[in-house]
Design a protein. Structure first.
Length: 172
């Protein structure tokens, strides 16, 4: 049993929704990821406030989407065949698995939206710090995902408009 009751709740939810009873959920570090058998979410501070709880559920929904819909062998093969381009495959896959998760599980879109609203400032900051390829990957993800409309009115290119988000190369 986990030391944090919320972490145990996340693990039970992941097992139930993915229909794979071997899924382990761990909260550690700053990032969320999965290898298909383990889901790692960011560390859970105590006391846990409601906004952070909603954010973690959004991360869990995203990672559960990978567990159910991702083919980890294909991703590994792509990474070996195209070193340095894994980020592009990952963002395309992220948008795809989120859409599939929203279709399969009611409430996932709301959870992802709440998570993204909380992290969009961090996403905008990271865009500024990344190189051109990572900025391209972020733009592709925002275009393919349903989150493009959550970046705000100054991010019209994510929705197909004509303005270029701050930090993206303009070619001039």
């Amino acid at each position: 049993m986990k030391g944090n009751p919320f972490e145990s709740q996340l693990e039970r939810l992941a097992r139930t929704l993915t229909e794979q009873f071997g899924v382990q959920v761990t909260c550690q570090g700053d990032n969320a990821w999965t290898d298909g058998r383990q889901i790692v979410l960011p560390s859970v501070p105590e006391p846990l406030d409601e906004n952070l709880e909603k954010c973690l559920v959004g991360y869990l929904d995203h990672e559960m989407g990978h567990v159910v819909f991702s083919d980890f062998g294909v991703a590994e093969q792509f990474a070996q065949s195209h070193p340095g381009c894994e980020g592009l495959l990952n963002v395309i896959e992220d948008a795809l698995i989120e859409r599939r998760a929203m279709e399969r599980w009611p409430g996932v879109r709301r959870n992802l939206d709440m998570m993204f609203r909380q992290i969009r400032g961090r996403v905008a900051q990271l865009i500024q710090q990344r190189g051109p390829f990572d900025r391209l990957c972020t733009a592709v993800y925002l275009k393919l995902s349903h989150h493009g409309d959550l970046m705000g009115p100054d991010r019209r290119t994510a929705r197909g408009g004509s303005r270029t988000p701050t930090g993206f190369p303009t070619g001039t």
